[in-house]
Design a protein around this ligand. Structure first.
Ligand SMILES: NC(=O)c1ccc[n+]([C@@H]2O[C@H](COP(=O)([O-])OP(=O)(O)OC[C@H]3O[C@@H](n4cnc5c(N)ncnc54)[C@H](OP(=O)(O)O)[C@@H]3O)[C@@H](O)[C@H]2O)c1
Length: 300
């Protein structure tokens, strides 16, 4: 037998109303089936009784037509019940449909509101990232000259001499911080003039004339934080670490391969975008063709 169960309070109110409608419907049908069985039973017996009383009519004290009347009455009640349950009752009536529609519209409106809020948030984030990009104070730049095979140097020395590249290096870095590894610093005759030299070493007692000594790349960048364009000038070990911090790369690509022991890291095209390039041919002052290339980090 179907029993009405009290639905849990955790159920969604819409689900709850649907369950209640279904319960009501099942109860209606159950009652109709019981009515049908009881009526058929009574009609059957009424008709049997009618036949029996007609057969022995002379012994009966009353008119036997009552059983036909009873059967007709039960039949009529049964038909009315049938019509109410199966014809006139509409399970999901107009009121229910309207209520469901209103509920769905309300739900949609909430979803649209949420989407709008998320879009506003995304737009705000985008705007703030753009603002940061535009108003960024420092442009940490790695400057290097690397061969096609990324060769940088051998035996702690540069491999080539390209006078225009040196000129460009001097022009770009003049007046700025130049951050370098201890080995690069020692590969030069002295600290670079007209620049703030910052040397990175793990040796706690390391000292040098005309240079600041720090013990990490982060410390070097902190020292240069007031400089709007500090330069990371090498060598290979420092470039590898610098990729994570740099905003741009000024690369002189020398169009040849060289034997080397120090290499520039690969430039990942998904993280770096080439924004400018100038090609130079080899000539009497330049033994190799080369290109000045500027990369900018792609910011999310
Ligand atoms: N082609 C170019 O544009 C270019 C530019 C610059 C240099 N180079 C060449 O590159 C070569 C030198 O590069 P390299 O890779 O051998 O050496 P490097 O990067 O110049 O210096 C490495 C040294 O820096 C210090 N260091 C590195 N990471 C550190 C950290 N996280 N914390 C503290 N100290 C750190 C260590 O010094 P300590 O050992 O003292 O602890 C390490 O031995 C040379 O051949 C040079 O000519 C080429």
């Amino acid at each position: 037998m179907f029993r009405k169960r009290k639905p849990s309070s955790a159920i969604d109110p819409q689900q709850l109303s649907l369950v209640e409608y279904a319960q009501e419907r099942i109860a209606q049908k159950t009652w109709f089936h019981r009515h049908l069985l009881a009526s058929l039973f009574l009609i059957f017996f009424a008709l049997i009784a009618n036949l029996a009383f007609e057969y022995k009519a002379e012994f009966m004290p009353f008119n036997t037509k009552w059983s036909f009347a009873l059967a007709t009455l039960l039949g009529a009640l049964l038909i009315i019940h049938f019509l109410r349950v199966y014809v006139f009752y509409s399970f999901m009536g107009n009121a229910w449909e309207t209520q469901q529609m209103e509920f769905l519209l309300e739900k949609q409106a909430l979803k649209v509101e949420k989407l709008k809020r998320n879009m506003d948030k995304e737009a705000a984030l985008k705007a703030s990232a753009e603002w940061e990009r535009e108003n960024q104070k420092t442009n940490i730049t790695m400057i290097a000259a690397a061969a096609e095979n990324n060769a940088l140097g051998k035996d702690n020395k540069l491999i080539w001499h390209l006078s225009d590249d040196l000129k460009r290096f001097k022009n770009l870095t003049k007046g700025h911080h130049v951050i370098m590894g201890r080995k690069t610093f020692e590969s030069m005759p002295k600290a670079l003039p007209n620049r703030t030299n910052v040397v990175i070493t793990r040796q706690k007692d390391y000292t040098a004339d005309d240079a600041h000594i720090v013990h990490s790349l982060e410390a070097a960048l902190a020292l240069a934080q007031e400089d709007e364009q500090p330069f990371i000038i090498g060598g290979g070990e420092i470039y590898r670490q610098g990729l994570a911090y740099a905003d741009s790369i000024e690369l002189t690509r020398v169009h040849a391969d060289f034997e080397a022991d120090t290499f520039f890291p690969e430039i990942d095209p998904t993280k770096w975008r080439e924004v400018w390039r100038e090609n130079r041919d080899a000539d009497e002052k330049h033994q190799h063709a080369f290109s000045f290339i500027r990369y900018e980090k792609i910011k999310a």
